[in-house]
Write a protein that binds this ligand. Structure first.
Ligand SMILES: Nc1ncnc2c1ncn2[C@@H]1O[C@H](COP(=O)(O)OP(=O)(O)OP(=O)(O)O)[C@@H](O)[C@H]1O
Ligand SMILES: [Mg+2]
Length: 249
């Protein structure tokens, strides 16, 4: 039976770069509105998994369902519809440096909607305000701090009111104070909009601060070595790899 409350259901995803297995039989579910963290050491396949989930990479085997809809074995129109319901922030926040912040945030609206310029401008202002960047439309990415760039990236990811946001390393390159502010923003977005969020992170402080659930990937087994709330894993896991990861400073 299909779980109606599951926003995401990943089943037996196996992914190879050429003939090197990176992910092997990965299965998990994410509930609607959950802040779901994917963690694990560098090179264990977190970004690869995110790219499989957002259609940038094709897994060798397995299935992915979003709200019960088959993502991988669907016709391109249905897949496009699902893609439109995602907001994605890749590991390097990837704002276009030649475009202003307003133009960056407006981009998905131009690509995927028929809204006119005034409507687009209004939505851009709203999204920027939502992430604490009201009035920054005319600035260029180079004029923004690291934390502001993450906020702008989030505004762009939220432009189409996505049901699911994928965020690769929200704390990457940020100092602890700014990283905490981004965590608070993520939490606020989830609480106000009910967005399901899949977040890749190395940042233990973030994991313990905001994650509802974490899944730990392992480089050696290419699989999942733990899945639970951070406190469950920290208190109850007997796996030394998980304990080591969660207790590093
Ligand atoms: N384009 C590629 N071609 C071949 N191998 C790749 C490619 N991209 C990544 N890999 C390899 O796949 C494995 C997983 O990489 P991935 O980028 O998914 O790891 P990650 O968990 O996101 O790491 P990090 O925490 O450093 O971002 C690594 O061994 C990496 O070297
Ligand atoms: Mg990565």
């Amino acid at each position: 039976m299909q779980h109606t409350t599951d926003a995401i259901k990943v089943e037996n995803i196996t992914f190879l770069y050429d003939d090197t297995v990176v992910l092997e039989k990965i299965s998990f579910t994410v509930k609607t509105g959950e802040l779901f963290f994917i963690i694990g050491g560098s090179g264990c396949g977190k970004t690869t998994l995110l790219r499989c989930m957002t259609g940038l990479l094709e897994p060798e085997r397995g299935e992915i369902f979003y709200f019960g809809k088959d993502f991988l074995n669907n016709d391109s129109r249905e897949r496009e519809m699902l893609l439109k319901s995602f907001g994605v922030l890749y590991q390097s926040s990837a704002l276009w440096s030649s475009m202003t912040i307003g133009e960056n945030v407006s981009l998905p609206l131009e690509q995927y909607t028929r809204l006119d310029k005034n409507d687009r401008r209004e939505i851009v202002a709203l999204k920027l305000a939502q992430v604490g960047l009201a009035g920054t439309e005319e600035l260029y990415p180079s004029e923004l701090s690291g934390g502001m760039k993450k906020r702008a990236g989030l505004a762009r990811a939220l432009a189409l009111d996505p049901k699911i946001v994928f965020f690769d390393e929200p704390s990457g390159g940020l100092d602890p104070v700014t990283s905490k502010e981004i965590d608070e923003l993520i939490l606020e977005v989830r609480d106000t909009l009910g967005t399901t969020m899949v977040i890749v992170s190395h940042q233990l402080s973030s994991i313990f601060r905001i994650a509802d659930r974490i899944m730990v990937l392992d480089h050696t087994t290419k699989g999942i070595i733990a899945n639970g709330t951070p406190h469950q894993l920290a208190r109850m896991s007997h796996d030394p790899r998980v304990i080591n990861f969660l207790n590093q400073s």
